[in-house]
Design a protein around this ligand. Sequence first.
Ligand SMILES: NC(=O)C1=CN([C@@H]2O[C@H](COP(=O)(O)OP(=O)(O)OC[C@H]3O[C@@H](n4cnc5c(N)ncnc54)[C@H](OP(=O)(O)O)[C@@H]3O)[C@@H](O)[C@H]2O)C=CC1
Ligand SMILES: [Mg+2]
Length: 283
Amino acid sequence: MSLRHELERLLGKFGQDSQILEDSVLIGCSEQQEAWFALDLGLNSSSSINASLQKAEMETALQGSFIKLTKALFELNVKDASLLSTAQALLRWHDTHQFCSRSGQPTKKNVSGSKRVCPSNNIIYYPQVAPVVITLVSDGTRCLLVRQSSFPKGMYSALAGFCDIGESLEETVRREIAEEVGLEVDRLHYSASQHWPFPNSTLMIACHATVKPGQTELQVNLKELEAAAWFSRDEVATVLRRNNLSNQQQSGAIPFWLPPKLAIAHQLIKEWVEKPTCSPLPA
Ligand SMILES: NC(=O)C1=CN([C@@H]2O[C@H](COP(=O)(O)OP(=O)(O)OC[C@H]3O[C@@H](n4cnc5c(N)ncnc54)[C@H](OP(=O)(O)O)[C@@H]3O)[C@@H](O)[C@H]2O)C=CC1
Ligand SMILES: [Mg+2]
């Protein structure tokens, strides 16, 4: 039996029309050049009254279990997390771009899902990605960690912000740091990037920034941040080590915790702790 027939059989078993296979999107391919497609079964839709029943049936039939996507992204290996991140972002984009914004007519997905076209005027829509800068600010000896009220309790991270239209990355970093904590960036260098699918598709561009010598006084913008503070390398190194322990092993004495290993913020902070590239600046 071909893979497609097997899929159709499974979809039928779970009460799904095999027509939904046409909505699947290409997210990558194996080393053997097999194409990998992703499909949203719409099990989270509140209109699906049988959703919980279907979920349980599928778990048994496929010998797996459904877990929250945000949790899965931090538990899988880098390659699988990246596939999942692509799938979530692409499927969500298709779901929210069903109509042409010029003609109001339904748009049509191409086979791979790399674009949608309006048949009435041939306007092509491509999936969107919003650039976001995430910056670890340092004064040479300490780094700046911040909290947004939306973060899980006790978590601190690097400072982030969306690029405004017309801005270069450097301008975004300088503006966001000035807006959120009132600091002036002296030096800046790029570290790495990561696609992140929540709330919509973003490209997180991670940088290290150093502030001007002697200008470390924070003016925290409480509309954007709940808290911001300087932390020494030793403090951050201790918390990073404890971050790697499971919750049960953690003692109640931990003052705060950092984003999980696969988050680019974690890598940025780890990089700063392990490879100090900036020489200390005078206070
Ligand atoms: N991995 C990590 O550790 C962290 C990741 N992040 C990620 O970075 C993203 C950006 O950080 P955040 O501090 O929230 O950004 P900002 O500091 O730019 O503040 C968010 C505000 O920017 C406005 N905005 C401008 N462009 C957009 C857009 N394209 N999409 C949504 N909002 C936009 C909105 O304002 P208005 O409501 O006025 O329209 C929004 O409330 C977050 O969404 C999160 O996914 C953030 C922090 C840590
Ligand atoms: Mg921000």
